[in-house]
Design a protein around this ligand. Structure first.
Ligand code: CO8
Length: 259
């Protein structure tokens, strides 16, 4: 598949997706949103065990939705644009493998929103997060009002969204938006390290655990524990459960095949 605005590199079972519109600070226009949706859709049916999403260059991860494209939209076009954005965020969030955002600079507006749709975020020390949309006469429309609130709680989400204030990587770390901050030239290595660790584990168990953690943010404990017990038992239908436990008892490294 040939894409104009994104790059895909595969290292074993790890997919590295780079948003590649550096001259526009990787802003998300419709074409890029559709390409990313199509790419993630295609990754669903491959043996991908972890994915890294990043931006080209060392200045921006994604500086937001493309303002030049949005400026003259009518109501119908804006709705379509928001729906396309939601589809992309959902396809990332619900991917059957973990997706890690490697935020290498500005993550503004839609850039923060796409990072929040990933399972977790590693950031470079020059990264800046913000949802400046109210300064443009709109508000975060790619899921930011919902996902940021779930991540940091309503009071902090209100402070950030209603002021449009930009925060640095360390503040994002303190708020729990980011899991780790590293120097820019170490960002990909550090992110690849954790991706490799994840990719070496049993893929089906990783996938179910990801689903359950997501579920925990949406249902009460009783319901969550019931589904956890169901999913736990499902693991025993896999070869990987047998291999994982056998390898432990034989004091060797498990070889997971994803079945
Ligand atoms: N959209 C389009 N182009 C952009 C964007 C953007 N979001 N951000 C940067 N660019 C372009 C600039 O226009 C410029 O292009 P050109 O060279 O052709 O003039 C190029 O990228 C480089 O940018 P700057 O010259 O501005 O670089 P600076 O270093 O001076 O500034 C900033 C960097 C601070 C990141 C600055 O570019 C900036 O403020 N960008 C916009 C940030 C922003 O407001 N983002 C939020 C956008 S709105 C949004 O994301 C809504 C999501 C929900 C949509 C819901 C749909 C209904």
């Amino acid at each position: 598949m040939d894409f104009k605005n994104i790059l895909l590199k595969e290292e074993g079972n790890i997919a590295i997706v780079t948003i590649n519109r550096e001259s526009k600070l990787n802003a998300l226009n419709t074409e890029t949103i559709l390409e990313l949706t199509c790419l993630f859709d295609s990754l669903y049916s491959k043996d991908i065990r972890c994915c890294i999403l990043t931006g080209a260059g060392n200045k921006a991860f994604v500086a937001g939705a493309d303002i030049s494209e949005m400026a003259n939209m009518n109501v119908i076009e804006a709705k379509e644009f928001a729906n396309r954005g939601h589809r992309l965020m959902n396809i990332i969030e619900n991917a059957p493998f973990p997706v890690i955002a490697a935020v290498n600079g500005y993550a503004l507006g839609g850039g923060s929103e796409i990072a929040l749709a990933c399972d977790f975020i590693y950031a470079s020390n020059n990264a800046k997060f913000g949802l400046p949309e109210v300064g443009l006469g709109v508000f975060p429309g790619f899921g930011g009002t919902q996902r940021l609130t779930k991540r940091v709680g309503p009071a902090k989400a209100k402070e950030l969204i209603l002021s449009g204030e930009m925060i640095d990587a360390c503040t994002a770390l303190d708020l729990g938006i980011v899991n780790k901050v590293v120097e820019l030239d170490k960002l990909m290595d550090e992110t690849l390290n954790i991706a490799k660790k994840i990719a070496s584990k049993a893929p089906y168990a990783v996938k179910l655990a990801k689903e359950l953690i997501e579920l925990a943010t949406n249902v009460d404990l009783k319901r969550g524990l019931k589904v956890e017990a169901d999913y736990f038992s499902l693991c025993f239908a896999t070869e990987d459960q047998k291999e994982g436990m056998k390898a432990f008892l034989e004091k060797r490294k498990a070889e997971f095949k994803g079945n």
